[in-house]
Write a protein that binds this ligand. Structure first.
Ligand code: ZN
Length: 69
C-alpha cells in the first residue's frame, strides 16, 4: 500500500540546511502494518518532515481502510 502525504504546497524548507524538501518514499510502521508513504524529505540531510496533523489525519483514513477490508 502506498500513500501520499505531500502537502498541497511543497514549499517546505529544511531549516538547518535551508534546502527545499523533495518528495521521497519512506516506510512507516503503524498498527503492525508497513506503509510506503511519499513524504517531504530534505535532499541534503535526509530529514523527513511529517506535519503531525497531516499524518494523524491520514492515519485515521488508513485505519478506516483497514477496517473496511
Ligand atoms: Zn536538511
Amino acid at each position: 500500500m502506498s500513500l501520499r502525504f505531500l502537502p498541497q504546497d511543497m514549499n517546505w524548507i529544511c531549516r538547518p540546511c535551508r534546502e527545499p524538501l523533495q518528495p521521497g518514499m519512506v516506510e512507516l510502521h503503524y498498527m503492525g502494518n508497513v506503509f510506503k508513504v511519499e513524504l517531504p524529505v530534505c535532499p541534503k540531510c535526509g530529514a523527513v518532515l511529517i506535519a503531525e496533523e497531516l499524518a494523524l489525519g491520514r492515519m485515521l483514513e488508513v485505519e478506516q481502510l483497514l477496517e473496511d477490508k
